[in-house]
Structure formats: structure tokens, C-alpha cells
Design a protein around this ligand. Structure first.
Ligand SMILES: [Mg+2]
Length: 421
């Protein structure tokens, strides 16, 4: 990748990202649950002690200068009427779960960033500024209707995640800010560079040494300069994202590939469990090859209806061949799981994981690899499946369970349409 490719990049005009941030989340939940706290300065503390500090403050408290991180003694001096509340994490988690349901009914949830911050993907038909604004309003209203009027949020909508996050922080509380590519950099130029996520205190210091303090000044830098300041292509990536483009670098290197599945009642037998494990392994192997990775360790887990758990792990020579991985799965199963038959336990959920992932250049090929496990066979199968639909070609062992393990959305992972069945 060269700097020229970056200079030639077209600006992103779509509004594909919506970031929702709850205002003063813990304090708002407390005010929602106790009418007497509404309109009053409230601070949530981890425990009742003078030595501790506030982990959240209501906007009434913030008006007195009581913010997250302020010590309790000082907070009391700043605001003598401050009401201190001991944190109730289980309650905040419960509100969080309810919030996720409400959000996902309005706009597809993409990633949960923290207990009070979620990112959503706006479908193409909702990406005009007027429609995106309507969706934002609708989302904020749905949350107030379902969770309560104290649960205010700030919403940011922008062409990418970096700008959506910035937009969500530009108006608090109860904000709704849309940043379009055409607004850039005018709408954000005056903000300190450190308001951008990814620019922490150390990077801010580095930027300051180059005379860059505001986002406007950061905008003036060319890709080559950003590359030097960031010490690599991450600077080019930031240059792009500041302009609303999508991230081009992989977010981070993948550590493992895992899949799990709750067995439908008719498959809650050992044979059923093995069939689904087989199918999950084929999916994982396909994903390995798609990402051009090899695995060197495998994990199998089975949870029983009676909540007992069994798991086993094995290491092996680096491979991404489906037959090799399936053979290893069978060995592991025969060795560690067949005794479950004697115990007459009923499996409920199965999971597989591939670990110790390597890139091909980090490993040497197995000289004695059997012809049937050669990667090119697998590549042909992958291409057939991608071209003609899932499960066009698959290994016979998974035949009876090919409709199991359907696509699902995990909180921390965006499903990949190509490899998810
Ligand atoms: Mg917040």
C-alpha cells in the first residue's frame, strides 16, 4: 500500500454509522428508579467511604463541578446537597440488556462498546440525512418510552465509526448530531485533537510537538506527515478515517475462531452433538482459509442438560484443511467424549475453537500431508460454496446437521455473510 492510493481515495458520502451513548448512565438509572432523586444532584460511588470517588454524576451534580473521578470529600465541598448512592451493578446490567433489545428493534445493533455505548449500522435506505435524523429521534424516543424518561442519550450519526463517536460527544445531554462528509472539517475543526478516539494523551503530546492541537490542524497534515507522526501505516489509516472513510487495516489480529450452538431437542444425543460439532468445524475451517490462516490447536466443549461441562484440547501441526481438522475432531471426540455414553448424559450445547493461529509464512508445510488434505481441494470446495450457495458441497459427516447452527449475531462480532450458514 502506498501513500498515492490514499490520496486518490474518494470521499465517503453515506451515513452508515450510528453511535448511541447514554448520558450519565449509572446516575440516570438511579434517578429513573427513584422519583425522589430526579432533578437532584446525584453521584454514584463504588462504596460508601470518604476515600472513594464518583463513578457517575447526574447533570444536576455536574453543574456543581462534580464529575466522574472527583473524590467524595471534594464532591461534597463542591455540592453540599449531593446525594451519594452506592453502585448497583446488577441493576445497571439489567437496564443495559433491556436497552440492547429496544435498540435492536429500531436499528440493527452492530457492536456493544461498553455498558452505556452502542454502535449501530444504518441500512442503505436510511442513510439520507433527513431519514437518518428521523431514525435517531425514533431511537431516542423508543429508549425513553421503554426504559423511562430519565434514560437520555446522545446520538451521533456519521460515515464511519470514528466520526459517529465524535458526533455523539458533541452535544450532551440529549444530543443528536449528524456529521456528513461535506461538513468536514468545518464542524469539527475547533475541537481538540484529543476528542478523537484513538488519540490518547501520548499521541496528543506527539501531535503537539508538531504544532497540532486542534482537529482543524490535524486535518491540514498530508498522509506522508501522518505516517511519520504515527510511525507507520496507522497514520494513513487515521488520515482516511478522519475524512469519513472506512478502516482499511484489520482492526487487530485474530486470536481464535470459535463457534457454538445450542442443540435443538431432536439433536440432543451424542451422535447429534458430534454432527453439529462437525458442521461448526467446517465453518471454522472455511473461515480460516478465507483469512489465510492456519490453526495449531483445537478446543471442543459440550455442555449437558444437567449443566455438567466437558471440554478437551489438542495441539497439532499447522493446518487449515477441513479433512485434517475433522479427523482431529474425531480423534479428540473418541478419546475424551465417548465415555459420556456410559453416563447417559444429554448434551445441550456444543462449541469448537481453533487457536494458535498462524499465517502461512510463519510455519513450514507438513511434508507428509496426505493428498486428500491438500489445501487446493478445500479451496475448490470454498469457491463452490461461495458461488452456488452454502452447503452446496460439504463433507459427508455433517450431512444430517447441515441446517443446524444458523447465523446469529454475537454482541462482539459482526456476522460474515459469506461464511455464516
Ligand atoms: Mg455515557
Amino acid at each position: 500500500m502506498t501513500g498515492d492510493a490514499w490520496l486518490g481515495a474518494a470521499p465517503q458520502e453515506t451515513l452508515g454509522y450510528l453511535l448511541l451513548d447514554f448520558n450519565a448512565y449509572f446516575a440516570s438509572v438511579e434517578q429513573q428508579l427513584d422519583k425522589n432523586l430526579r432533578g437532584r444532584p446525584v453521584a454514584v460511588v463504588p462504596l460508601m467511604a470518604d476515600s472513594t470517588c464518583c463513578i457517575a454524576a447526574s447533570y444536576e451534580a455536574k453543574a456543581f463541578g462534580v464529575t466522574t473521578g472527583v473524590g467524595v470529600a471534594q464532591a461534597r465541598r463542591l455540592c453540599p446537597e449531593l446525594v451519594l448512592i452506592e453502585a448497583r451493578h446488577a441493576v445497571y446490567v439489567e437496564f443495559h440488556q433491556r436497552a440492547l433489545k429496544v435498540i435492536d428493534q429500531v436499528v440493527p445493533l452492530q457492536e456493544v462498546l461498553s455498558i452505556d455505548e452502542m454502535r449501530c449500522a444504518l441500512p442503505a435506505r436510511w442513510q439520507s440525512p433527513s431519514r437518518a435524523r428521523q431514525i435517531g429521534v425514533q431511537l431516542k424516543e423508543a429508549i425513553c418510552d421503554e426504559l423511562g424518561a430519565c434514560m437520555r442519550t446522545s446520538v451521533g450519526i456519521a460515515p464511519n465509526g470514528l466520526l459517529a463517536k465524535l458526533a455523539s460527544e458533541m452535544q450532551k445531554p440529549d444530543g443528536l448530531v449528524i456529521l456528513q462528509a461535506q461538513d468536514l472539517p468545518a464542524k469539527i475543526a475547533a475541537l481538540p485533537a484529543q476528542r478523537l478516539s484513538g488519540i490518547g494523551p501520548r499521541m496528543a503530546q506527539r501531535l503537539a510537538a508538531y504544532g497540532v492541537h486542534s482537529i482543524g490542524q490535524l486535518w491540514q497534515l498530508n498522509p506522508a506527515q501522518m505516517r511519520i507522526i504515527w510511525g507507520g501505516v496507522a497514520g494513513l489509516d487515521f488520515y482516511d478515517r478522519l475524512r469519513g472513510l472506512e478502516r482499511r487495516l484489520p482492526a487487530r489480529e485474530r486470536q481464535s475462531i470459535t463457534h457454538s450452538h445450542v442443540l435443538p431437542p431432536h439433536e440432543r444425543t451424542l451422535a447429534g452433538a458430534l454432527g453439529v460439532l462437525d458442521r461448526l468445524m467446517q465453518k471454522a475451517a472455511m473461515r480460516l482459509r478465507k483469512e489465510n490462516l492456519l490453526a495449531t490447536a483445537m478446543y471442543l466443549g459440550v455442555r449437558m442438560v444437567d449443566r455438567h461441562k466437558w471440554s478437551a484440547e489438542i495441539r497439532f501441526a499447522a493446518t487449515n484443511s477441513t479433512p485434517a481438522l475433522l479427523a482431529t475432531l474425531r480423534d479428540l471426540w473418541d478419546k475424551d467424549f465417548l465415555m459420556l455414553a456410559q453416563q447417559k448424559r444429554q448434551p445441550l450445547k456444543v462449541g469448537i475453537g481453533l487457536f494458535g493461529l498462524r499465517q502461512p509464512h510463519q510455519t513450514t508445510a507438513d511434508l507428509f500431508e496426505q493428498p486428500t488434505t491438500r489445501p487446493d481441494v478445500a479451496a475448490v470446495l470454498d469457491r463452490l460454496n461461495q458461488r452456488f450457495g452454502k452447503n452446496t458441497v460439504y463433507f459427508g459427516s455433517a450431512h444430517h446437521s447441515r441446517d443446524s447452527a444458523p447465523m446469529r449475531i454475537a454482541f462482539n462480532r459482526i456476522p460474515d455473510i459469506e461464511t455464516e450458514a
